[in-house]
Design a protein around this ligand. Structure first.
Ligand SMILES: [Zn+2]
Length: 142
């Protein structure tokens, strides 16, 4: 069974309990990494300047504490990393995360759904998005 590394565990601990429950469940089946949870002001400004985020502090869901957003993706042991160019791998990962979130919601263990940065309007399409943030997942109130 895959297991989070120390960095992923520390980052996930800065996230809302619903994100922790979802990704701890996902991690049992899919080898994955947590790249970012909570972002304080300085890291948010850096992400904005680098074009990794479209909003400035405190307007990202990463700026809540605990964080209402998490950046995560599949981890490939043979690369000792994720494959940032493999959009299909991120999309496939999202499908699994979404399914796990739906099951936890149905079981009454979480109170949010998930919105993915590859499909902001959640219509199932990615080609209609102008800004894609493939590792980004955020909580949405039901
Ligand atoms: Zn994000």
């Amino acid at each position: 069974m895959p297991k989070f590394g120390n960095a992923s565990t520390t980052r996930l601990a800065t996230c809302h309990i619903d994100l922790q429950l979802i990704f701890n469940e996902v991690c049992k089946t899919v080898n994955c990494s947590i790249f970012c949870g909570y972002r304080a002001k300085e890291s948010q400004e850096k992400a904005f300047i680098a074009g990794l985020s479209q909003v400035q502090f405190p307007n990202s869901k990463h700026n809540n504490f605990p964080s209402m957003a998490v950046d995560a993706g599949p981890y490939f042991p043979e690369l000792k990393n994720t494959d940032w160019d493999d959009a299909i791998a991120f999309a496939s990962f999202h499908g699994y995360v979404k399914r796990v979130a739906e099951e936890l919601l149905k079981a009454g263990r979480i109170s949010h759904t998930i919105r993915w940065g590859g499909d902001w309007d959640s219509d199932g399409r990615t080609s209609d998005e102008t800004f894609k943030d493939l590792p980004h997942f955020e909580l949405v109130k039901v």
